[in-house]
Design a protein around this ligand. Structure first.
Ligand SMILES: [Zn+2]
Length: 451
């Protein structure tokens, strides 16, 4: 059921995408048509095979028509079908191809013998996608299979023989959009809007200087996001950077737009005011403070009065912990009381400490450079802890300060404005994104009704 749910979300996502790609307002209608076509294609791929269809001589042969080609381009080759599936546990290449309706001994023999083609046997891990093109009698016309993250094996029938090549995957970049309304939590709303986790995290970072995601969220808050994504040959979407976003919190709208500049680019308000969190407000975007910063408190385990020179953030076991700013790892290991702990060194004499972790991100080592927002470890209850939480310290020149206090707050915000000649460039470059944000804003009501 989980897969099906995900697929349905993908479909909703695609519908939004297709609308977003329709730039001119008078072509809304054609955008809708494109959405519907994508919907049919999506349903077909999502549920894979059409059982019960058989072609004589080969037993049950699942068949699926390549709806994309047929309806979107209108240049389908008659009798040619595309099917996508994935490697299941215990699959052999023969069983996998049989399930996809390929009955082609010649092709199997080629794949077993050819030096390039036989690479497929080394990478037949469960879950890997495979796409074949075949004709009505089950003859293989082409096959695509990802050998690793980068390389795709392609096998193609050329007249009376096969050719195999290994080459990098091709990706198409596009802008996707999502919009949602918060009813229970940002997590739930983002999930419902089909927003990938990495994009939701970017969203919380973008607005962390204006919105305290621990305390400020209200039922009815809305968000709209336009983000880059690359789609690979297997229709798998790799989400990238947010290009524009709006968050409406307690009736007030906040907006950010990305603008490329000499430093690689940054986020600004639509008016060109740069708002950059030099430090994230919290290493866990959604959590609440269960124990504040004090110079004295009664320690629940030590049963004595002791200073608590950090804050405790409640979060479930295993919740990802993020670096609050670019840093170098100065310690990652066990310390009495802290349990598994990470210490990061930032610029300007600031260090941050993350205690009671259940574990570290794989490969984390002392001396390593970490970027703001990067995962470093997971919430746990190692050391002196009565339940899962993160103990977080913020040190300025080696003295712990209250992470929610005034000394720390000034580290949270840095502004660099776009001015002069760059301002015109900025306005021209960001206008289409702002226009699109305005357009999708209206759809959040529809989204709410849909729920
Ligand atoms: Zn603590």
């Amino acid at each position: 059921m989980k897969t099906i749910k995900t697929k349905i979300q993908d479909l909703k996502h695609w519908i939004l995408t297709q609308n977003s790609l329709t730039k001119a307002s008078d072509s809304r209608r054609s955008g809708m048509v494109a959405s519907l076509l994508m919907l049919s294609f999506g349903v077909a791929t999502a549920f894979g095979i059409t059982p019960g269809l058989s072609t004589g001589g080969h037993g049950v042969t699942p068949v699926i028509e390549d709806i994309t080609r047929t309806q979107l381009s209108g240049v389908a080759t008659p009798g040619l079908y595309v099917q996508q599936d994935s490697v299941h546990n215990g699959d052999t290449l023969a069983s996998l191809l049989f399930r996809m309706g390929v009955a082609d001994q010649e092709a199997l023999a080629f794949i077993r013998d050819d030096k390039t083609a036989k690479e497929i046997f080394k990478s037949m891990a469960p879950g890997k996608p495979i796409r074949v093109q075949k004709n009505t009698s089950g003859t293989l016309v082409s096959l695509r299979f990802p050998l690793n993250d980068k390389d795709i094996l392609r096998i193609t029938r050329v007249n009376d023989h096969f050719e195999a090549t290994i080459a990098p995957a091709s990706e198409t970049k596009q802008l996707l959009q999502a919009t949602g309304t918060i009813y229970s939590s940002l997590f739930a709303a983002a999930d419902n809007a089909g927003l990938p986790d990495t994009v939701t995290r970017q969203l919380t970072h973008l607005f962390s200087t204006d919105i305290d995601f621990h305390n400020d969220l209200r039922r009815g808050d809305t968000f709209s996001v336009i983000y880059e994504a690359a789609t690979d040959e297997f229709d798998q979407i790799k989400p990238g950077r947010i290009m524009a976003a709006e968050f409406v919190n307690k009736g007030q709208a906040y907006r950010r737009v990305f603008f490329s500049n000499a430093d690689g680019g940054d986020y600004f308000t639509p008016e060109g005011v740069g708002i950059k969190a030099s430090f994230l407000r919290s290493p866990i975007p959604f959590s609440r403070v269960t124990s504040g910063f004090t110079t004295e408190r009664f320690h629940p385990i030590l049963k004595m009065w002791r200073a608590h020179k950090g804050i405790d953030l409640a979060a479930p076991m295993g919740t990802p912990v993020e670096a609050v700013a670019n840093a170098t790892v100065v310690f990652a290991g066990w310390k009495n009381g802290y349990g598994n702990v990470i210490e990061l060194r930032h610029s300007n004499g600031v260090d941050t400490v993350y205690g009671h972790l259940s574990g570290f991100v794989r490969g984390l080592r002392v001396g390593e450079h970490i970027r703001q927002g990067e995962l470093i470890g997971y919430v746990g209850m190692t050391g002196w802890a009565t339940g899962p939480h993160l103990h977080y310290e913020f040190k300025i020149n080696n003295v712990q300060r209250d992470p929610q206090g005034p000394e720390v707050r000034r580290y949270l915000r840095v502004s660099i404005n776009v001015a002069g000649h760059a301002k015109n460039q900025f306005l021209a470059a960001t206008a289409p994104l702002i226009k699109e944000l305005n357009a999708i804003r209206g759809t959040s009501t529809a989204q709410a009704n849909f729920e």
